[in-house]
Design a protein around this ligand. Structure first.
Ligand SMILES: NC(=O)c1ccc[n+]([C@@H]2O[C@H](COP(=O)([O-])OP(=O)(O)OC[C@H]3O[C@@H](n4cnc5c(N)ncnc54)[C@H](O)[C@@H]3O)[C@@H](O)[C@H]2O)c1
Length: 323
């Protein structure tokens, strides 16, 4: 499968590596930043473009990967759909439900496949937790607590209008996984401490009520002095499952300043096949064999719906009902 990857920043560099290790061909790469795109193109022997729409005309492409800031997803998905290419788009699908709908419509209209990178579904730890609970390991689950975050990322992430802050950009992983593992969300209540001065930080806590009656508490932090950590705890009537990324692999966290630090820290995984590779393999299998992937475009829309409801709740101070 010949892939064009658009966006060679923090996550784009990881996607480039995983496209290749997953057995696909990175035929072309595009980024408005000439130095970045040239470096990735050289590393993988791909053709470099600074104009994404021009890159979509590269001969022999089967799919387009989009790893650019969230506000650019709509325009790039529409262009890729017009070009008739299957699409892998990073999460959050978009920053508004109206944009999400346009994205889904654009793909449907052109009959192309739209996959969204909700990678936590492919993290082996999360998959094992879901699996164990489905097998009854902790009886009937009642409560979920998740934590995700660390240092505040730099660049466009700090413009909360562009990124949606930690709640939409980061907690969306947990919103999606909770829906995937435990079903639909009916009510959302959230508070956040979101600021740009004197030092930028964003910390949020969101309570979800699920259709099943379960309660979930999702904490997101872009307020830590360094590092990145993920925690999950699920309590059932016969036991508990807990995971803390800080206790699994060996971790060294050094205090970092923004200068020279990556724009966003992507969690490391000690397992042999990276979840970022697994999601590309799932997308490729959908494109080549028709096997349905773990994530649907509608799942991605629902995750944005929960994230936006959390932001609305934080603004109004009131819970938001869904469904
Ligand atoms: N799944 C994950 O674990 C994960 C982690 C980090 C980021 N993300 C998501 O991936 C997306 C990108 O995030 P990032 O951390 O890589 O950001 P980044 O700022 O590090 O990189 C974005 C890149 O896109 C390029 N770009 C911007 N507009 C462009 C355009 N119109 N055409 C071509 N190139 C363009 C920029 O020059 C930059 O190199 C975001 O939606 C983010 O939320 C997902």
């Amino acid at each position: 499968m010949n892939v064009l990857l658009i966006g060679c920043g923090g996550i784009g560099a990881i996607h480039a590596e995983k496209i290749v290790s997953g057995g696909m061909t990175l035929a072309a790469v595009a980024d408005t930043d000439a130095a970045r795109v040239t470096a990735i193109a050289r590393k993988y022997g791909a053709t470099a473009y600074t104009d994404a729409e021009k890159a979509m005309r590269h001969p022999g492409l089967d799919a387009v990967g989009i790893a650019t800031p969230t506000t650019t997803h709509l325009k790039l998905v529409e262009a890729a759909a017009r070009a008739g290419k299957n699409i892998f788009c990073e999460k959050p699908l978009a920053g508004s439900l109206a944009e999400c709908e346009k994205i889904v419509k654009a793909a449907d209209k052109m009959g192309v496949k739209l996959f969204v990178g909700h990678v936590v579904r492919y993290f082996q730890e999360f998959d094992t937790i879901r699996d164990q609970i489905k097998k009854g390991a902790i009886g009937k689950p009642g409560f979920i607590r998740t934590f995700r975050g660390g240092i505040i990322p730099s660049g466009w992430f700090r413009d909360y209008k562009l990124s949606g802050g930690v709640t939409l950009d980061c907690c969306i992983h947990d919103f999606d996984w909770i829906r995937y593992a435990f079903g639909d969300v009916t009510r959302v209540f959230s508070q956040h401490l979101q600021r740009t001065t004197p030092t930028p930080m964003d910390y949020s806590m969101t309570t979800l009520r699920l259709k099943s009656g379960m309660l979930a508490q999702v904490t997101g932090s872009w307020a830590h002095p360094s590092g990145f950590r993920v925690k999950v705890e699920v309590c059932g009537d016969a036991g508990m499952i807990q995971y803390d990324s800080g206790e699994a692999p060996i971790n060294t966290n050094v205090r970092q300043t923004s200068a020279g630090a990556p724009t966003m820290i992507v969690p490391a995984s000690p397992v042999p096949v990276s979840p970022y590779q697994l999601e590309w393999e799932d997308f490729a299998a959908w494109c080549t064999t028709g096997r349905k992937p773990r994530v649907t475009a509608q799942d991605a829309v629902e995750a944005v719906r929960i994230g936006l409801a959390a932001l609305e709740s934080a603004k109004s101070g009131k819970p938001v009902r869904l469904n």
